[in-house]
Write a protein that binds this ligand. Sequence first.
Ligand SMILES: [Mn+2]
Length: 382
Amino acid sequence: MRFVHIADLHLGKKIKSIRGDIELDFSSPIKQINEIMKEFKPNFLFVSGDVFHYRNPSQDAEELFIEFLLNSYENVDYTFVISGNHDNPKKLSNIYLFNRYINRLSRKKIFIYTDLDLRKDVEQENLKPINCDNVDIIMIPFIEYRSAINAFYNIGVEKEFAYSFVHSTLVSKFLENSVNKVKILLGHMYLENSVLSGTESKNFINSIYYVKSNDLDDRIIYCALGHVHRFQKVGPKNVFYSGSVIPLDFSESFDHGIILGEITDKFPKISFEKLNYKEFMILQESQDLFEKIEKNKDKYLKVLYTSLSSEVLEKVIKFDNVLKIQKVDDNSFTIDRKSDSVVITDAFDILEMYRKYCEIEKREELFPNLINKLTEIEKMII
Ligand SMILES: [Mn+2]
């Protein structure tokens, strides 16, 4: 049995730049994935969440995804899609309406499963894997912390373990109804010990969202994960993030692509296929800055400087490939990403979460006025 595992497409994502919003090119990577599938002929395609970047994706982004799904009808027997934290579950369900109809007419199938579906199945005690050609597929879309905790409010597990516990409970419920030996899990989650990239949503990659590797059942022979944007295997088991299919901003200067897998006798063999895409590159102020900008016409550039004159800067921003310029303090050009993955200790503390958001995203402090208002509101709720 052969499969393709992709995740974190973030279709429609735009980059803020000195010349306005730049739309990333997704049609080329999608085309490449289609071509790979045509050649590799997988039985299964796994899309592990974050299909769209914005909750209300553009018409173009939506069209691209629908075309991608139609293409997978040609090249793949079974396609599975789960929702990620970026996805609007309603949007994905609506796209699924068409596929549900086509599914009835075709031997080939497409399944889209969102957190709303999961919630419904939990309520109706109807958690069971989808069985295709003697393979059991378990799907766990991204679950928001609060709804995870609400679903299992009386579990009596400490807060920091609760989220992981909810996942292990769900997996074992699914497994109770699993009959086939080959069990595959699709999930959109932040696994403990995974190595982050720079573009995951800060609100969903803190320690309360940790899922422990041990909570992923040993009987699952391949975990196709999404959420962390860097391709990697986590731990000794066959737990893989395929990473985002293309770099999503300047913090992702490592290889991006998709996973091809083949399972014989319960042992998955995995290979990583890098795609061709436009790269992001950070240039530092130097004597040969203009040559470097010229030489990297095919990349998106960000220029860091300490002391360039405004005349030089004006010349710099005339180059189409320069998306950002940034003045950095002192002579160290190091950008500290560590401070960006600040641990948010209490997900119930809205004020604290918003403060962190402002600190990380906007790099500014909260207005005292807002603090007072929010505190008032909180008091009303409690
Ligand atoms: Mn993502």
